[in-house]
Design a protein around this ligand. Structure first.
Ligand code: SAM
Length: 302
């Protein structure tokens, strides 16, 4: 396993202002803009905000802020705080903010969120947990529990990488670079399948694990450009096979695209956990939903 292949894994320790961060910021926005990702995000938000009003939401590992912007467009959300260790992402999130009255962005890490105890009604990890070192997942969830208000919710959503496939028949040669990419990118490809268990582990009642998939079929799709072709590139860099086989693999991708039978299946999963004190806490708006309060809490802790 090549843990370092994941560009997000060491973000909390990365130097600020690296050119690669600008490219990753563009990639995150490109993925977020895909129709399938918009639908998935909206479905997860609708589930997480069921019967909620005046919510203060915390998006841990917010990247360039697409989830925060989607949240702030909902009337049930009073404030959204996005936290990410990457300064380039935070700058971009501030620049792209669609509702600066509701959205705030600060640099920070999942293990030490700049928010006081019980400051959030909803805590989100959207395609973040899979990128943390496995030893850091529990501390991130404990930190979410610390900032969660009684009766609040935690939303976990991620790539369900164990189900990603390019194979259109047994022993499909293109599956080898895809499998290599998955194994070198993340430590636990099936982590999302454990979301209900992880939510139970911090004392929350998990809802259904919602699993869905998209089949990307075009040359411009995220699955083709940023998964399959990247996987072949990673295979090449790792010297797994010779140049001729790498060229043959790229050619095979192009052949399938031209024949209109390229298909890569990408699976995703999310789950919402609720604190069982919800009924008791539901009627009172979170005092942190006042902008001055949230600024004070956030900046007071930096
Ligand atoms: C795949 S990106 C997802 C970004 C965003 N949630 C989205 O859906 O577009 C993973 C994010 O996790 C962040 N990240 C990495 N290590 C982190 C840590 N220790 N604490 C919080 N966020 C972290 C990265 O900087 C990156 O923005």
């Amino acid at each position: 396993m090549l843990a370092s292949a994941d560009p997000y894994r060491h973000m909390a320790k990365a130097r600020a202002g690296q050119p690669q961060h600008v490219q990753l910021a563009a990639l995150l926005e490109e993925r977020a803009a895909e129709a399938y990702h918009q639908q998935l995000r909206e479905a997860a938000i609708t589930e997480a905000l069921r019967d909620v009003t005046h919510a203060v939401a915390l998006d841990v590992g917010c990247g360039t802020g697409p989830f925060c912007r989607a949240l702030s467009s909902r009337p049930q959300v009073a404030k959204v705080l996005g936290v990410d260790p990457c300064a380039t992402f935070i700058d971009e999130a501030r620049r792209l903010s669609s509702n600066p009255q509701k959205e705030s962005y600060v640099c920070g890490r999942a293990s030490a969120v700049p928010l006081g105890d019980h400051g959030a009604d909803l805590v989100i990890f959207w395609t973040v947990l899979l990128h943390l070192h496995p030893d850091d997942v529990n501390s991130a969830l404990q930190e979410a529990r610390r900032v969660l208000r009684p009766g609040g919710r935690v939303l976990l959503g991620d790539n369900d990488m164990g189900r990603w496939t390019i194979a259109d028949a047994a022993h499909d040669p293109l599956h080898a670079p895809l499998q290599f990419y998955i194994d070198s990118f993340v430590a636990e490809p099936d982590l999302a399948r454990r979301f209900p268990e992880l939510l139970c582990g911090i004392g929350l009642q998990p809802g259904e694990l919602e699993v869905s998939s998209v089949i990307d079929r075009t040359a411009t799709s995220y699955g083709c450009r940023h998964v399959m072709l990247r996987a072949i590139e990673a295979f090449k860099l790792a010297d797994k096979v010779g140049d001729q086989l790498i060229e043959a693999m790229k050619h095979e991708v192009q052949r399938r695209l031209a024949a209109d039978n390229f298909q890569i299946t990408l699976s995703y999963a999310f789950c919402v956990g609720s604190d069982l004190n919800r009924a008791a806490a539901n009627s009172e708006p979170n005092p942190s939903s006042d902008q001055d309060d949230i600024n004070e809490v956030v900046f007071g802790m930096l």
